[in-house]
Design a protein around this ligand. Structure first.
Ligand code: FE2
Length: 263
């Protein structure tokens, strides 16, 4: 199908930072990220050496989730699907019309205008202690210099291979935790843009946090009617914290990967 072939062919991809971050960081940061890219470019996906992040109270969580989360419809173009509502090749089946996810934003940087997101977003305004604790764990464990948004998404249909509107360094740039998953086998996968191999993200028992590179991989997700809720974040990654976390995680999980990692 043309739609996916075009994305996989990488036609819309830039290199390094997303264009709207260019003015926010200096040359020294870019140089450090290039070095990180150089040292960790062979990582396709990787479990992270981060303690499990779990739902404390399932009943309360799903009460909030079912009540507060919204259908995530597209309302702006982005690198993943750079077509307007009228021009999208999937027509009325596109993400402008059919939600691929339910979602809820747990935390957002004070300067982040959620209206500018490619997809609709709704900020949680309640006072659930377990959701606050999840946000605290993200701040504590993930290697970001500045967080921009922390949110939960639940996929509702299969998600075709695509890139996110994010950084495009060829080292891990995407950070997630599988907060809830009813599937017994992994459903989220990455596909190497250069080599075409597809690898499922299959974390060991002791962590549900993982990363992949938006620069070297596209990603997608199977759907078999089972629910999964993924904790997502974006922002500007911290090069030194990343180096430390990637090194620890490679040492800990290299032998548990479903591809050969030479670092
Ligand atoms: Fe994505």
């Amino acid at each position: 199908m043309d739609f996916f072939r075009n994305v996989a062919k990488n036609e819309f991809v830039t290199d390094g930072l997303p264009p709207d971050y260019e003015k926010l960081v200096g040359q020294e940061y870019k140089d450090r990220m290039r070095q990180l890219e150089n040292d960790f470019q062979s990582i396709k996906w990787l479990p992270l050496d981060i303690p499990r992040i779990d739902i404390d109270d399932h009943e309360e969580f799903f009460h909030i989730w079912n009540d507060q989360s919204i259908d995530i419809l597209r309302h702006r173009v982005c690198v993943a699907e750079p077509w307007s509502k009228e021009e999208h090749p999937l027509g009325q089946k596109s993400s402008w019309y059919v939600p691929q996810f339910r979602g809820l934003t747990l935390w957002s940087h004070p300067m982040n205008n959620l209206e500018m997101n490619p997809f609709l977003a709704k900020k949680y305004k309640g006072d659930s202690k377990q959701l606050e604790r999840i946000v605290d764990q993200v701040f504590e464990y993930f290697p970001m210099h500045t967080f921009w948004e922390i949110f939960l998404w639940e996929s509702l249909i299969p998600i075709g291979p695509h890139r996110d509107k994010s950084a495009y360094w060829k080292c891990p740039t995407e950070f997630r935790a599988m907060l809830y998953d009813e599937n017994t086998d992994p459903t989220l996968y990455v596909v190497d843009v250069e080599h075409g191999d597809k690898n499922y993200i299959d974390c060991p028992e002791d962590t549900n946090s993982f990363c992949w590179s938006n620069g070297s991989q596209i990603h997608g997700s199977d759907y078999f009617g089972k629910r999964k809720v993924i904790l997502c974040m974006n922002g500007i990654q911290h090069s030194t914290k990343c180096r430390d976390l990637f090194t620890r995680s490679v040492n800990k999980y290299k032998s548990k990967l479903n591809y050969n990692l030479e670092i």
